[in-house]
Ligand binder design. Structure first.
Ligand code: ATP
Length: 395
């Protein structure tokens, strides 16, 4: 077990032309036993970061250390790190048992008995104890992934690195493996860095998530902090499904002025804005309420554009009444509208019936809004969690 630290780690590739900065001064402290998820869109530098930790890619600048000792120049085999790949990377001509024991036979002088015991324990833990004599070609994708994970477990490493290990599995199996992997990681207590582009996976699995964009670390936080207290607009939009709604506004006197609405702010909130002029208002879909009557300055007349039922709830796409998104009055082609989306989305309970074309009143409560500097994207004010409820069963 180990504490893994990245200090100002940069990776530049040079393909003959300009340098590509794949990772730009990333610093993360990963605690002993922690499960951290590196998440971000395609090409943001996740795999490169992982490969530098594994020693498969050199570090251009900065330091990677394990328990305080720099490992930049240590060979991959000497790092005491086990990596699991998306492709499983199993040897096709070897049985499951051979695949799992191969690394130990090559890199340690453990006696055969102990190797056998470790392989059998790991196979049992991964639920593949009865598959030890099969070859990878005789296994399903899910079983092959279990073998790949089992092979990492037998090595009893200080750190696990996992690069999208579940992405070849179908949705149901993926969800099941997520929970299983979390349990195993917790039982083993091995420091783990897990890469995914899937924000749901990141939010459900990580003790903390490290969100990357364009080689730059945007925020390292617990999943709930990233969701409710995003450092910037990128994090706010990346985390959460459906995504947070954003409206570009001008801050004038005591209110935010948008093309389609005005949103007055109380003094407490105004103070957070200082003299910022361009302010982006963000609101999560589940924080928008559909109410019966207009009862204040934060209730807006809208028209339902599309309803997407998702079983437990409905995603209701709304357009401000009388705007280009309100297709009940205007005959506009989608391509006529540029920039910000013409609709915004609210999620409501699955048993509430709403229909396209119907008028609706959307309440955007001030305690739930996020405000960002439109020029820099930095968060100026996040949702208030003062009214968050702690569930305490009465015994
Ligand atoms: P994905 O989710 O698509 O795998 P990623 O977040 O893992 O993406 P990386 O594979 O780390 O992203 O790539 C980061 C950037 O570095 C990309 O712009 C990529 O094109 C570039 N890159 C990666 N490897 C090399 C290489 N060997 N030579 C040149 N550029 C590279």
């Amino acid at each position: 077990m180990a504490k893994l630290t990245l200090t100002d780690v940069t990776k530049r590739f040079n393909d003959g032309g300009d340098d590509i900065v794949a990772v730009d001064e990333a610093s993360i402290d990963i605690d002993d036993g922690e499960f951290i998820v590196l998440v971000g869109p395609s090409g943001c530098g996740k795999s490169t970061t992982l490969r530098m930790i594994a020693g498969l890619e050199s570090v251009t600048e900065g330091t990677i250390s394990l328990d305080g000792a720099a490992i930049n120049n240590r060979k991959p085999a000497d790092r005491d790190i086990a990596m699991v790949f998306q492709s499983y990377a199993l040897y096709p001509h070897m049985t499951v048992r051979e695949n799992m024991s191969f690394g130990l036979e090559e890199s340690t002088d453990l006696p055969d008995d102990e190797i056998r015991e470790r392989v059998e324990d790991a196979a049992h833990m991964m639920g593949i104890g009865d598959l030890l004599d099969r070859k990878p070609g005789e296994l399903s994708g899910g079983q092959q992934q279990r073998v790949a994970l089992g092979r990492a477990i037998v090595r009893d490493p200080s750190v696990f690195l996992m690069d999208e290990p579940l992405s070849n599995l179908d949705a149901k199996l993926r969800a099941q493996m997520r929970t299983e992997l979390q349990r195993i990681q917790e039982d083993l207590g091995v420091t783990t860095v897990y890469v995914t582009h899937d924000q749901t996976e990141a939010m459900t699995m990580g003790d903390r998530v490290a969100i990357l964009n364009d080689g730059k670390l945007q925020q390292v936080a617990t999943p709930l902090e990233a969701y409710h207290e995003p450092a910037n607009q990128f994090v706010a939009s990346f985390v959460g499904e459906p995504s947070m709604n954003f409206f570009e506004t001008e801050f004038q006197d005591d209110r935010l002025v948008h093309d389609n609405f005005e949103y007055p702010l109380t003094e407490d909130v105004r103070e957070k804005l200082g003299d910022t002029g361009h302010v982006t208002l963000g609101i999560r879909p589940e924080d928008i309420e559909l109410v019966d009557t207009v009862d204040g300055d934060h209730d807006f007349r809208t028209v339902v554009d599309v309803v997407e039922p998702v079983g437990s709830g409905n995603n209701v796409y709304l357009a401000f009444e009388g705007t280009e998104g309100d297709t009940t009055e205007l005959d506009l082609d989608e391509s006529d509208i540029e920039g910000e989306s013409r609709t915004f989305v609210a999620t409501i309970g699955g048993l509430r019936q709403v229909e396209a074309g119907q008028p609706a009143i959307a309440r955007i409560p001030e305690e739930a809004i996020h405000l960002f500097d439109s020029d820099t994207g930095q968060a100026l004010r996040n949702r208030s969690l003062e009214n968050a409820e702690l569930v305490e069963p009465q015994v």
